[in-house]
Write a protein that binds this ligand. Sequence first.
Ligand code: ARG
Length: 460
Amino acid sequence: MNKKNKPIWGTRIKGKTSGIFEKVSSSLKVDKRLYKEDIMASIAHVEMLNRQKIINFKIKNKIIWGLKKIQNQIIKKKYIFDYRDEDIHMSIEKKLFELIGEDAGFIHTARSRNDQVLVDLKIWMISSNGKLIKMLDQTINTILKVAEKNIYTIMPGFTHLKNAQPISFSHYILAYVEMFNRDKKRLLSNFNSLKENPLGSGALSGTSFNIDRKFTTKKLGFKYPTGNSIDTVSDRDFVLDFLYASSLCAMHISRLAEEFIIWNSDAFRLINLKDNIVTGSSIMPQKKNPDTLEYLRGKVGSCYGNLFTMLTILKGLPLSYFKDLQDDKKIIFETYDDLVISLKVLNEVLKNFSVNKNEMLNLADRGYITATDLADYFVKKLNYPFRKSYQITAKIVNYCEANKKKLSDLSIEELKKIESNITNDVIDVFNLKNSVNSKKSYGGTSFENIKKMIKKYKNA
Ligand code: ARG
């Protein structure tokens, strides 16, 4: 829209835009969030135009003066957004006309909104990606603190949610450090495509003006100019990369949340949540519900939804720019905001729960959890093949079940009845700490390994 609130294309398109279309067509409410990036990119663009003698010095300065004034107005909340404007680019251009007159029109020389919106978005995403990586670092630090305090906390490791083998709680929680480190790597690798500068691709075919894409690339902190103008304005792969990386991170958070919900349940009682992260019930006075964790578990839903929305928008979309693409920003911002909040909430949870060490140990002492250790013992001590050892152990477990005994309750005589070559030292095998500490293979749960891994993560 220009000063008289007529769109820029008013000379060509004489009829008034239908009200309902004007409403759906505008993305200003969403993309006004890109105002700083838009102004930054416009300044680099006009500086380049001036260096290339496409616009003169005076006009360049006038435009930059106007843009800076607009930025100030927006920051000070003195800028009135007219939501009939299609997007932040049109809004700022219109304002520039109001401030400096006709010369504002030089700003759009040798560019299109198709490359403009991408340059803004990429600048925003480079910085947002960086913020997420920092938040993941904080989360990892919080986890490391929990891990340091729980090296000797024994818990049952589960498969199929049945007691499997004893582990250290520290080893368990460090699994999430691996996941969040992978999330970081995914976000970091996104920089490769984010760092390609779209500015200068024009509407789709480039421009006949003698522009210097290398200048804007350097000025705006990109690494290279993009290589094909048609691909540039059509490409949203970098958006999908971000949505996928975010979805995986949200999924990791969701898994942790679900485990904590289970462990906090009255059936498990392995952890306690402090009052500041639980909510009550309106009818049941006794309740302390893990709503915060349920929020985290559920949030992944909208992340996946956004990933699929973007994939679907792009499916079969011909080259190059189409209005369909305008929704990308809503999707990205929503996902980013959700992930930021989720990571903040997760940090709060990790700082505000306690471990019921006794309950963990008690639960670990059930379900014949050292049966694998016993089978391993037969292999090591009696040189039996593992399959034979496995069968003997299964018989011992059956005997325990029939006689309502734990493995550690068995006397050496009882054990000898099933396997005559067994010796007294077998008793050590049923000790949970011994079991945990025996898993010395690289990446296993032994206490030494855990300490080494904590050190490694800290120094990373
Ligand atoms: N607001 C638009 C978007 O975000 C900018 C590009 C508009 N280009 C166009 N040809 N309508 O996609």
